[in-house]
Design a protein around this ligand. Structure first.
Ligand SMILES: Cc1cc2nc3c(=O)[nH]c(=O)nc-3n(C[C@H](O)[C@H](O)[C@H](O)COP(=O)(O)O)c2cc1C
Length: 257
């Protein structure tokens, strides 16, 4: 009925790929659609690094929390929140002179600018995901790119006002991946509110996780799904490393900001 809704509903993360390159024309189309994404003030506060070097992919497969499928993805795009380009342009435009004249201090990128740049980068990334899907190309976000900042900064030559917010890996999915079951979603009543935010309580949680709890395999020392998720996701080594790494990026971003 509606091909766009169809693509959105069909998408799922794909983590194993056929050994087939993505054709240059298709890649170019995906890129064009990506670059049409809306951005704050049309400033395009993001950059993309197309990772084609197998050695770099191999390294990312390790530094992004040991996910070997990254190395096997035919297309790997790093999405960077980027205020460096505009800040350099401001400096090249001698904004310093303007500020001197007005006797005001020149502003540097701060927290709000970072969040705006992250929004731009992520919206562009999702355009890429959906454009790829429309060609039958599967993808998977790699949030772990926010870890190991010092290594990634060196690897990609990242300056102060560039934040590696996300990475997406793409490829033609294997049959097994195509046949894999879709992940579930929470009932919309727990996610979508009218006019005001509604904080969930005990009864909501009981209902929200009833089915998941009933399917859980018991594990020593873990009483419920909340405890399992806390252990597996929230307090795991990768989360701790991500927070450390993001803190280091923020420190650099705000230096002199
Ligand atoms: C911000 C973000 C980070 C993610 N990071 C990873 C990752 O590092 N590795 C991975 O295998 N999947 C990653 N995913 C994929 C999610 O696990 C996946 O989207 C989720 O389980 C829902 O499944 P679906 O995409 O198949 O609907 C990430 C997704 C998002 C949106």
């Amino acid at each position: 009925m509606n091909p766009v809704i169809d693509v959105l509903m069909k998408r799922k993360s794909m983590r194993a790929y056929e050994q087939k390159e993505i054709e240059a024309e298709i890649k170019a189309e995906i890129l064009k659609a990506t670059l049409r994404a809306p951005t704050a003030g049309n400033m395009m506060l993001y950059s993309i690094v197309d990772v084609t070097d197998q050695k770099i992919k191999d390294k990312l497969a390790v530094t992004c929390d040991d996910q070997p499928f990254i190395a096997r993805a035919p297309m790997v795009w790093l999405f960077l929140a980027d205020y460096q380009r505009w800040f350099d342009y401001f400096v090249a435009s001698d904004v310093q002179a303007l500020c001197r004249e007005g006797k005001i201090e020149m502003r540097k990128p701060e927290e709000g600018d970072l969040f705006l740049a992250c929004s731009d980068a992520l919206i562009a990334a999702q355009n890429a995901v959906i454009a790829a899907e429309s060609f039958g190309i599967g993808s998977c976000y790699i949030g772990d790119i926010m870890e190991q900042y010092e290594t990634h900064r060196e690897l990609f030559n990242l300056p102060q006002y560039v934040f590696p917010i996300s990475m997406v890996v793409f490829g033609y999915p294997t049959r097994q991946q195509k046949d894999r079951k879709y992940t579930s979603r929470f009932d919309q009543k727990f996610i979508v509110f009218e006019n005001q935010y509604r904080r969930l309580g005990r009864e909501d949680f009981d209902e929200m996780f009833r089915e998941t709890e009933s399917q859980m395999t018991p594990k020593e020392g873990i009483a419920n799904f909340g405890q399992a998720m806390y252990t597996r996701k929230f307090s795991s080594d990768f989360s701790v490393e991500m927070s450390r790494s993001v803190r280091a990026i923020l420190k650099g971003w705000m230096k002199g900001g």
